[in-house]
Write a protein that binds this ligand. Structure first.
Ligand code: ZN
Ligand code: ZN
Length: 260
């Protein structure tokens, strides 16, 4: 307990109230309980992008991107919107180096996962080895491990990034798709062939990265690919508050290893 108090100040990193639990992460139970699941009256039945009106959806309930076959995955599930406390927690986890948050965050992801939904194997969205080495971990893999443990389904690092790409933040939807086109390579096709893959990542923004990764898995023989993320960008609220280096540094307690 003494050691943990040295590692973490005795304050919740979200609300600054004193921490009197012996949890391995510096966030209080009431902040974790305050996180709300995603709500939308209208959303695409396939990629689950939320809309404020039913008009972008056709009679089958599909959005424009899904109708044009631009989405490589079959379904997408996310716990909450990438804003407020959930965004702060993700920044703390990703850039603040608090990887012990993977446990409560993985628990939230399980809430987004439809009960009885059958998957065969869990694959984390890979990071470029250089970026993973700089950060010391791949946040998608830590979350995938948690989901794997809780769902009782094996995890496999089946995909790698072929090249380094600049961070996606700040790029248009189209530029993001170009940025990630042909980016992923399935290194273990035998492990996913004929199977329903659950691709795991921390945040789904435009879906371009998950889509490129899912397409590579399908080309390598995956039967279906669903995506599970902790949060997703909610484009119904404009302008979308993308994190800036300043908000990242604030959320991560001044640690400024700012990379996507
Ligand atoms: Zn708190
Ligand atoms: Zn869609």
């Amino acid at each position: 307990m003494r050691l943990l108090s040295i590692l973490f100040p005795d304050q919740c990193r979200l609300c600054e109230s004193p921490l009197n639990t012996t949890k391995r992460y510096p966030v209080c139970p009431s902040c974790l309980r305050s996180l709300v699941a995603f709500q939308a009256d209208y959303f695409c039945v396939a990629c689950r992008t939320p809309f404020s009106t039913p008009f972008p959806l056709n009679e089958q309930g599909l959005c424009g991107l899904c109708r044009r076959g631009l989405v490589g995955f079959d379904a997408a599930f996310s716990f909450g919107a990438y804003e407020g406390s959930l965004q702060k927690l993700i920044l703390l986890f990703k850039y603040g180096g608090v990887h012990t948050l993977a446990a409560p965050l993985g628990q939230l992801m399980m809430k987004a996962f439809p009960p009885g939904f059958a998957i065969d194997v869990i694959v984390p969205v890979p990071m470029h080895w250089w970026r993973a080495w700089r950060r010391g971990f791949n946040q998608a893999e830590l979350l995938a491990k948690e989901v794997s443990r809780r769902a009782g389904v094996r995890m496999c690092r089946a995909v790698r990034r072929k090249r380094w790409t600049p961070p996606q933040a700040g790029l248009s939807n189209r530029a993001r798709r170009q940025n990630v086109s042909g980016l992923f390579e399935v290194t273990k096709p035998a492990e996913i062939r004929g199977l329903h893959v659950l691709l795991v990542d921390d945040v789904l923004t435009t879906g371009a990265t998950a889509s490129a990764c899912a397409s590579a898995l399908k080309r390598a023989g995956a039967r279906a690919v669903s995506v599970l993320t902790l949060a997703r960008a909610d484009r119904r609220v404009e302008p979308f508050p993308l994190p800036t280096p300043k908000t990242i540094a604030a959320a991560s307690g001044g640690i400024s290893n700012v990379e996507s």
